[in-house]
Design a protein. Structure first.
Lengths: 178, 430, 310
């Protein structure tokens, strides 16, 4: 059973709003940078950066994190995860980094991203922006910017589709077995 | 003790019988052969669906005693031979000390008398210590019962010494069995020289290392008039040289082992050391030619070159492993699968190759299923499927590439001199 | 679809084109890790890696060890004394003993071809071949191919020339398998006595003329020439070899301007290659070394999750 809970225009408004929120806090911060978690977080990160430029002419460096080598579920007997590469083309020392991910649930992915980021250097501050927070945290991780809180059960799956990867912008909610 | 074998199909080219017969064994001999025998016997064997053949004769085995008893002894080797259907075997002298003098021959004869359960003959060394330098006094050992001389495991590198050996052997009327290998050419080779050895990164032994010495020894045999037998022929070129020599009337005979018509160098690709032997496994073309040569009489006998080696001798790097595999217990099955089932030879020819010819080469009376003959009989189930697992191998050593592989053809009963040694494939206490 | 299922890396002969390409793709990520300030990722944290080197080696051993450490493995080296005379513990026994200590990956270098193959069949632990006899040296060929790919953008259709004692070279064999599987056209160049048996069956060209081989080559791999060896095999005379096969600036002048010059190292300056070429613009020898660590990280990463035996 699949439902579209957010359509393209709602998503656009959400992304715009988050971009404005970021600007509210960091408009005059010269050391701002955005790093997206692959795959869809990375695309979102690019979109945020575009908005910042569009709204206030603010140029912000964008990086991409592939967290494959930091996962904590690697030791399980499972198929090998696809190796995602990391590209951070700037020095993160003393920067304010906004990590971007599409859906926040257990918080483990963000934990990987934090560990990996800190292996690159010592940022002044790290904030978290997510499009959807669906609850069920297993680690003490909290977002600074949220598109929408969507309470769910663990039987359900939330997926963000983006034009860049899936042909259209929308958020789908479906039950695992449907 | 009297034995009655019922309803056996007899295959023995020396007699013209065809069909099912009963055989009565009494006093060590074949007392009667008839369609229905009603005589009383202490043990009756129902051989319905089974075939009775003359006992097999293997003129090339290594029994490792004295010196390497951990690998095999005359007792275990003899039992192993009977398991494979062999009533007569010839053991090679590359023991420690080598069988090259009266003292060692006498001792080995003593052990044979005490421990063997079939007929074990001795080939003593051609040269002292098998070093290829000085002839041993083999003429004097004829009276000790040696049936042939050989430095097997090694070739006599010095042509002059080989010629002298053949001359002397002719004088003493002894058979010379030659392991043909030019060590200068085979150097540190471990498998057949070719693309596969190049691919695997292993040093190769070219075929010329074998056939050049086959050529040499045949010429010397021709020159001296000696009786020469070429051991373990592995390649086409050797067969061609032997065929030509026979045409010219040279007194040469030759043998090959089952692995040379069942396996090729391709089997070495897993670095399994049970594919390492000397001479090495060759190409498919050689396999086809060997089969042809067995069928057309170029090669006279099948001899296993049974070479037991311990686990630690074989379960090592290919370069380091000992050469050789065991073969007594699988010889019949491999021969049936590769030669009979593939219609290369007839059953009559199989008897020639595995019994009659090797016996003649050795100079012993060939086993026969004939009234009055010694009862050396091997009864087989020609189509029974079985698998050989390490725990079932009778030999002390388990180095066989045929382990766990599907085999067809099983030795059920073996009579040695009228005594039952193997029943339903199991060795009897004797 | 799992692209990598094998628990071992024994040689490139046993890999499919897709598997080789997968290793090269994963290598990109590890190359990036090696550029960071913190050259470590926790992905194989707690895995135990043992190097079993029966043949001495400093560079390959160091490269593997660094690779393992950068993946957060626990690493140990066991230099083994080999002598064909001293029998001692057999290879398989040693392997089983190490495996019994719950070691996950064993890296083996051995002077006898087939040793890692045999070990990989006998053990459940992963076995990585760091060079066996003159059979294969898969990680060397992988880093050679990775270097070519980074420099020239592809392997398919390229003309690659391997020069030197190819008959007894495991580096050459692995490169032949890898390059031909990925669609390169390989030419071997050596005096006849140093060309391997069955050259045609390897799917390569062979020539003894250096100028002809190098003329339109996109990359050359120059093997180390050792003149101090046993006298059982025929071997070219040193001065003549240098005259006919040494890669000098004059030789390169006849080749493509952007020809990529590789060498597995260590270089005998002045013998198989002149100093100017070794240090020159076309040489990627140091990049090979850098790429080597990344390739080995990729290999260790992949085999650690594999289960299938060859």
């Amino acid at each position: 059973m699949k439902t579209v809970i957010l359509d393209a225009s709602t998503l656009k408004r959400m992304i715009d709003r988050i971009a404005h929120q970021i600007l509210e806090h960091h408009e005059n911060n010269p050391d701002l940078a955005i790093v997206g978690i692959k795959t869809r977080g990375a695309h979102l990160a690019k979109r945020f950066a575009e908005r910042l430029k569009e709204f206030k002419g603010k140029e912000v460096p964008v990086g991409e994190l592939g967290i494959t080598f930091y996962r904590d579920d690697f030791k399980k007997d499972s198929d090998q995860p696809v190796v995602q590469s990391t590209e951070i083309g700037f020095d993160i020392e003393n920067k304010t980094i906004i990590i971007v991910d599409d859906v926040l649930q257990t918080g483990r992915t963000v934990r990987c991203a934090l560990d990996e980021l800190i292996d690159f250097g010592r940022p002044a501050k790290i904030e978290l922006a997510v499009l959807i927070d669906r609850g069920h945290r297993e680690l003490p991780i909290r977002p600074d910017y949220v598109g929408k809180n969507v309470p769910t059960s663990t039987e359900q799956v939330i997926r963000l589709n983006l034009t860049e990867t899936d042909g259209k912008d929308e958020v789908i909610l479906e039950s695992k077995n449907g | 003790m009297k034995y009655l074998i019922k309803n056996a199909k007899i295959i023995d080219p020396s007699n013209k019988l065809d069909g099912k017969f009963d055989i009565l064994i009494s006093g060590g001999k074949i007392a009667k052969i008839a369609e229905k025998i009603t005589d009383k016997a202490e043990k009756t064997i129902d051989a319905e669906g089974k075939t009775a053949l003359p006992g097999f004769v293997d003129i090339h085995v290594h029994f490792r005693q004295p010196g390497y008893e951990a690998k095999e002894t005359i007792l275990t080797g003899s039992r192993c031979a009977v398991k494979g259907g062999f009533t007569h075997v010839l053991m090679m002298p590359n023991t420690r000390p080598p069988i090259d003098c009266e003292k060692v021959i006498t001792e080995v004869n003593r052990i044979i008398g005490k421990d063997s359960i079939n007929n074990v003959y001795i080939a003593s060394a051609i040269t002292k210590k098998r070093e290829g330098k000085e002839l041993s006094d083999f003429g004097a050992y004829k009276k000790l019962g040696i049936k042939a001389i050989s430095d097997d495991g090694d070739s006599i590198a010095d042509e002059k010494i080989m010629e002298l050996a053949l001359k002397t052997a002719k004088k003493e009327d002894l058979l010379v069995i030659s392991h043909c290998e030019d060590r200068k050419l085979s150097a540190n080779g471990v498998m057949n020289e070719g693309f596969i050895s190049s691919k695997l990164g292993l040093n190769g032994m070219p075929k010329s290392a074998e056939y050049k010495i086959v050529q040499r020894d045949i010429e010397l045999a021709k020159k001296t008039g000696a009786k020469l037998h070429i051991a373990h022929v592995s390649c086409k070129e050797s067969c061609e040289i032997i065929k030509k020599a026979k045409k010219e009337g040279v007194k040469v005979t030759a043998e090959t082992a089952p692995h040379y018509f069942a396996l090729t160098e391709e089997n070495c690709q897993t670095y399994d050391t049970r594919t390492k032997m000397s001479p090495p496994l060759r190409t498919q073309k050689d396999v086809e030619f060997i089969k042809k040569s067995l069928a057309d009489g170029t090669l006279d006998a099948i001899a296993t070159d049974h070479a037991p080696h311990g686990f630690h001798d074989k379960y090592v790097e290919f370069d380091r492993a000992e050469f050789g595999i065991i073969g007594l217990e699988t010889a019949l099955s491999v021969t049936i699968m590769e030669l009979i089932e593939k219609k290369i030879i007839t059953w009559q020819k199989l008897v020639d190759l595995m019994s009659t010819n090797p016996a003649k080469i050795l100079g012993i009376t060939p086993p026969q299923i004939k009234e009055g003959a010694d009862a050396d009989i091997t009864i087989i189930d020609a189509s029974k499927e079985w698998k050989m697992f390490a725990e079932d191998v009778v030999s002390k050593s388990k180095n066989s590439p045929f382990l766990k592989k599907p085999l067809r053809g099983f030795v059920e009963y073996v009579f040695v001199g009228g005594k039952l040694k193997l029943a339903e494939g199991k060795l009897l206490r004797c | 679809m799992a692209e990598w299922t094998k628990k071992d890396l024994i040689g490139l002969e046993y890999l499919s084109r897709e598997e080789i390409e997968h290793i090269l793709t994963v290598t990109d990520s590890f190359k990036e890790v090696n550029k960071r300030a913190v050259k470590k990722v926790p992905v194989l944290r707690g895995k135990t890696v043992v190097s079993l080197f029966y043949e001495p080696s400093t560079r390959t051993l160091a490269s593997f060890e660094l690779a393992a450490r950068r993946l957060s493995c626990d690493v140990m080296s066991l230099p083994m004394k080999t002598s064909s005379v001293t029998k001692g513990e057999t290879l398989v026994d040693t392997g089983r003993n190490i495996e019994a200590m719950n070691v996950d990956i064993i890296i083996v270098r051995h002077s006898m071809s087939g040793a890692p193959y045999v070990l990989s069949q006998a053990l459940n632990a992963s076995v990585v071949n760091a060079g066996d006899g003159w059979h294969e040296h898969p990680t060397q060929a992988l880093l050679d191919m990775y270097t070519i790919k980074k420099k020239l953008g592809k392997i398919e259709g390229l003309k690659v020339c391997i020069i030197g004692d190819i008959a007894h070279s495991r580096v050459a064999r692995s490169n032949i398998w890898g390059l031909t599987k990925l669609g390169a056209k390989v030419t071997l160049c050596a005096p006849k006595m140093l060309l391997p048996m069955g050259v045609e069956k390897f799917g390569v060209n062979a020539t003894s003329n250096l100028d002809e081989a190098i003329k339109d080559a996109d990359a050359i791999n120059v093997l180390r020439m050792q003149f101090e060896r046993d006298s059982t095999t025929a071997f070219p005379e040193k001065r003549k070899y240098i005259q006919d096969y040494s890669i000098t600036s004059e030789v390169l002048a006849k080749a493509k301007k952007d020809i990529v010059v590789m060498h597995p190292g260590p270089i005998n300056r002045g013998i198989e290659m002149s100093s100017e070429v070794a240090d020159g613009e076309n040489s990627v020898i140091l990049e090979q070394v850098t790429n080597g660590v990344a390739v080995r990280m990729a290999v260790l990463y992949l085999v650690s999750n594999g289960k299938e035996k060859l």
